[in-house]
Design a protein around this ligand. Structure first.
Ligand code: SF4
Ligand code: SF4
Length: 280
């Protein structure tokens, strides 16, 4: 089963949930964690995996032969990402904006465009204890975030539990991470900003037709703001992690909650069982 862990905004604790769930399940299930937060992958800080392979991921970007080009502008018309433009007597390409879709090459009427590979990032694979671990890391100058995430997802194994640590937000990279998951956990915090971003994330996940549940992280006396919204919208709250200074200290030291406080292990196993029941 594939479970995506996402949040409408950064810093809510989705990596904490993904890491602790992986560690809690590994004794009873085969587990894989995909770190799809490719602009800032940090699950490895907590899992300390041993990587045994790292591959560069490239996309084909256009290269224009000015001798063959008739300046018709068709390439610029079909490029959704504005990565190619006709200016005066020249066709300019912007590799950092290109997503390697091949559209410009396909539609060029004179065969003036050929493709050359451009690195967009890396994918590292390895193990953290007995958890299969895959991490995507985007090259800083690249905007092909969703393309790299799809490559990470393509490497998912057929295991009992495949956990996806998605990027924050609700844009294309998040959709690429969450799409076709069996269930989506949305992590939020009990603040007005948390609620606003949760609402956006719920809309996105429901548009994708994926069953979902909410986890309240840093739960406190303000939880009602989240509970009221979830109640009205028939969204189950599957776990609450209380706000505790000690938990923040574990996080700052890179110590997973279930290792510092093993009582949480059973809670995460129960959470998985609950998700399985709701996904049937
Ligand atoms: S390959 Fe696709 S994204 Fe890149 S320049 Fe051509 S049309 Fe645009
Ligand atoms: S589509 Fe081909 S011929 Fe037309 S402007 Fe672009 S590169 Fe030149």
């Amino acid at each position: 089963m594939i479970v995506a862990i996402a949040s409408g905004k950064g810093g809510t604790g989705k990596t904490t949930i993904a890491v602790n769930m992986a560690l809690s399940l590994r004794k009873h299930k085969t587990v894989q964690l995909l770190d799809c937060d490719v602009e800032e992958p940090n699950a490895a800080i907590f899992l300390n995996p041993k990587f045994d392979a790292e591959e560069e991921i490239s996309i084909p970007i256009p290269s224009v032969d000015n001798e063959l080009c008739n300046l018709c502008g068709r390439c610029a018309e079909v490029c959704f990402f504005h990565a190619i433009a006709v200016l005066g007597n020249h066709v300019l390409t912007f590799p950092e904006l290109c997503h390697g879709c091949g559209g410009c090459t396909l539609f060029c009427p004179t065969g003036a465009i050929t493709e050359k590979p451009e690195t967009i990032g890396t994918i590292a694979t390895g193990y953290a204890q007995d958890i299969s671990f895959i991490q995507g890391r985007l090259k800083p100058s690249s905007t092909a975030t969703a393309t790299l995430i799809k490559e990470v997802r393509r490497r998912a194994a057929d295991l009992d539990a495949v956990l996806i640590d998605a990027p924050p937000g609700t844009s294309c990279p998040v959709v690429a991470s969450v799409n076709k998951a069996d269930f989506c956990l949305l992590v939020t915090e009990p603040t007005p900003f948390g609620l606003n971003d949760l609402m956006l994330a719920v809309d996105m996940v429901r548009t994708l037709n994926i069953p979902l549940g909410v986890i309240i992280n840093r739960s406190d006396e303000n939880d009602d703001i989240i509970k009221e919204y979830c109640g009205k919208n028939d969204i189950p709250i599957l776990m609450s992690i209380p706000f505790q200074r000690q938990y923040a200290a574990y996080y700052a030291q890179g110590i997973p909650l279930v290792e510092a406080d093993p009582e949480w292990e059973q809670a995460f196993q129960n959470l998985w069982d609950d998700i399985e029941r709701r996904s049937r």
